[in-house]
Design a protein around this ligand. Structure first.
Ligand SMILES: Nc1ncnc2c1ncn2[C@@H]1O[C@H](COP(=O)(O)OP(=O)(O)OP(=O)(O)O)[C@@H](O)[C@H]1O
Length: 244
């Protein structure tokens, strides 16, 4: 893993990232020459129509998939070409994931769900340090009052807030968020978006994929994907002009 000379403020830097899926009869260019820089404290949304490459981009950002071409750095470390073990180590220490499905473990209490990443971390923490950190994260998502509950005793919105606490607990470089409100009614969805907004105001770096324009607009930087490429402002202006 080589170090790049990048601004320490830079959490994510992608240059010329492409992804081609090849099947026997078809080549799909899912991402085309993506350049992306996300700095500490940014809140970026990525939106676009079905099939435009949102999930592919998020999978590469989260080291769940590898690009076909281009360079990718997380906090200055070149992560373009990692082994599976190296990718898993960086993923566990630097990325917090929030998915549409909350992926909590039903048999574990709220506390133990949130503590899980710390218990599996390479750096061993004392139970007291784990308790302090879990309680801090539950307070951040306003869920301290449900610490002993099981996930199935919580509403969908509350479960997503627990999933957010779990994503935060290991202090990741960035939160990657995939359609966080997809399984929620609009009131709970709005509450989850408020939590994300407050976290960002307090310094958490967020990159969120959503097809909901109302939520995409809540991010301070709004990227639009079309056919695997990020639309730049002149592209958008040209398309609007062509449409009227
Ligand atoms: N494993 C794969 N093998 C082959 N093609 C794939 C694979 N994964 C995605 N694709 C193709 O890559 C393109 C981008 O897919 P992707 O899932 O990233 O889109 P998306 O914007 O997330 O769509 P949606 O909003 O519907 O989830 C699509 O044309 C899709 O069919």
């Amino acid at each position: 893993m080589s170090q790049a000379t990048v601004n320490t403020n830079t959490k994510i830097k992608m240059t010329n990232i492409s992804k081609i899926f090849e099947t026997e009869e078809l080549e799909t260019h899912a991402l085309r020459s993506i350049d992306l820089e996300i700095n500490a404290g940014d809140y970026v949304s990525i939106s676009g129509p079905s099939g435009c490459g949102k999930s592919t981009l998020l999978s590469i950002l989260g080291l769940l998939d590898m690009p076909s071409d281009g360079e990718f750095y997380i906090e200055g470390v070149n992560v373009t070409d990692l082994s599976l073990d190296e990718a898993a180590e960086i993923r566990n220490s630097k990325i917090g994931f929030i998915f549409q499905s909350f992926n909590l473990i039903d048999e574990l209490s709220v506390f133990d769900n949130v503590a899980l990443p710390l218990r599996y971390s390479k750096e061993k923490m004392s139970e007291q340090a784990i308790k302090t950190r879990v309680n801090e994260c539950l307070a951040l998502v306003a869920m301290s009052h449900r610490v002993s509950h099981k996930p199935n005793q919580l509403s969908g919105g509350q479960q997503q807030r627990i999933a957010i606490a779990r994503a935060l607990v290991a202090n990741p470089a960035i939160l990657l968020v995939d359609e966080p409100t997809g399984n929620l009614d609009s009131k709970s969805g709005d509450q989850v978006m408020d939590v994300l907004e407050k976290l960002n105001e307090n310094g958490t770096t967020i990159c969120m994929v959503t097809h909901d324009p109302r939520y995409a607009d809540m991010a301070r930087t709004q990227l639009k994907l079309l056919d695997g490429a990020i639309l730049t402002t002149p592209d958008i202006v040209e398309r609007v002009k062509a449409a009227v």
